[in-house]
Every structure is written in structure tokens, then in C-alpha cells.
Design a binder for this molecule. Structure first.
Ligand code: SF4
Length: 186
């Protein structure tokens, strides 16, 4: 993983009121830059490392504060872990504001643990949920809550970090669709 070193966050786009990137109404920050090239990538324009616009953490936080209806913030991409250092101040501000933070990544939790990058680990400690793993077109499903392919997991970060292993989220707000599907498929 080659980290993008910048004090500013390189951003592909911001959605102020997303209902597709986690429970409730969320501000979704699509960071710019990803070194993977997953066939069927949901956001190909976010892949070039040097495109997008630069924002300070405070500029994005000001935007978050403008919407009192938000229940959380989601970092998506692009690959947020490539900009862990730049995202950290924003993640801390989001936590201090009492908002939920979820992060999408093409890495697995195990890969991130093994790499042990201090900025990445601190970023994870400021978030509550990690949706991990790359998008795999052959495993694509429209029945998954908040995920594109069935290899991707929704992890409870507090438990995963405490136990040093991946612990899947049990909150129905995150996995609700899957529970309904499971009931119908009995
Ligand atoms: S990890 Fe995500 S952003 Fe990167 S290529 Fe794969 S689907 Fe696209």
C-alpha cells in the first residue's frame, strides 16, 4: 500500500444525505485514489491517485455540521486507507461530535492488522464499522445490505480491535436486509 502523503484530503465527491452507505442519513465522503482495479468498480472515476479536489478536515467537518439530520458519516472511495493520515483529524472530529463513522475499504481487516500502519490503526479506532474486502464481480449480489459482493463483511470495529480478529456486526440496522432475506429463505 503506497500512502498518499498530504495534509489535505483528496476527495472524489461528497454526498450530503446518503441512505445507501450505512443506517440512517449519512454524509458520504468518496475519497480519491485506489490502486485496485476491481472489474465492475462502482466508482471508476475515483481511481486515479492525483485527480479529485483537496479539502481540509475542517472544511468537510463544517459541511457535516450543516446537516443536523445526519446520524453518521461514511468514508468510501476510492480507498480511504491510502489517505489514513489525512483522514485522521476528520475522524477524530466526527467522533468528538458524537456521530457514527463507517469506513469502506478494499483491504480485509486481517490485511490491515498485518500491515500495522499506525495511522490506519488509529483511523480504525475512531470508527465503529468497517465494510471490508474488494468488490468481486462474480460474487455481486443486490440482496446484500450496504455491500456490493458477498465476500465483503460488515465488521464491528470495537469488538474486532479488542479481540484482534474480525467480528461481524450484529446490529440489525446494519444487517437488517440480510436477516429479512434469511427469514424469507427458510
Ligand atoms: S476497491 Fe472499491 S474503489 Fe477500489 S477498484 Fe475496487 S471497487 Fe473500485
Amino acid at each position: 500500500m503506497s500512502n498518499i502523503i498530504s495534509h489535505k484530503i483528496r476527495v472524489a465527491g461528497i454526498v450530503n444525505d446518503s441512505i445507501t452507505d450505512g443506517p440512517g442519513i449519512r454524509l458520504t465522503l468518496f475519497v480519491q485514489g485506489c490502486e485496485r482495479n476491481c472489474p465492475g468498480c462502482h466508482n471508476p472515476s475515483s481511481l486515479p491517485l492525483n485527480a479529485g479536489k483537496l479539502y481540509t478536515a475542517q472544511e468537510i467537518m463544517d459541511r457535516i455540521k450543516k446537516n443536523p439530520m445526519l446520524s453518521g458519516v461514511t468514508f468510501s472511495g476510492g480507498e480511504p486507507m491510502l489517505q489514513a493520515e489525512a483522514l485522521l483529524p476528520l475522524a477524530r472530529m466526527i467522533k468528538d461530535a458524537g456521530l457514527d463513522l463507517a469506513i469502506y475499504t478494499g483491504f480485509t481487516f486481517e490485511e490491515l492488522l498485518k500491515q500495522g500502519d499506525p495511522s490506519v490503526m488509529e483511523l480504525l479506532s475512531n470508527a465503529s464499522t468497517l465494510i471490508d474486502g474488494p468488490f468481486i464481480l462474480a460474487q455481486r449480489s443486490l440482496n446484500l445490505s450496504f455491500r456490493g459482493s458477498s465476500n465483503q463483511r460488515i465488521l464491528n470495529l470495537k469488538e474486532s480491535l479488542a479481540q484482534g480478529k474480525s467480528v461481524e456486526e450484529s446490529n440489525p440496522a446494519w444487517i437488517g436486509t440480510s436477516v429479512v432475506d434469511a427469514q424469507y429463505n427458510k
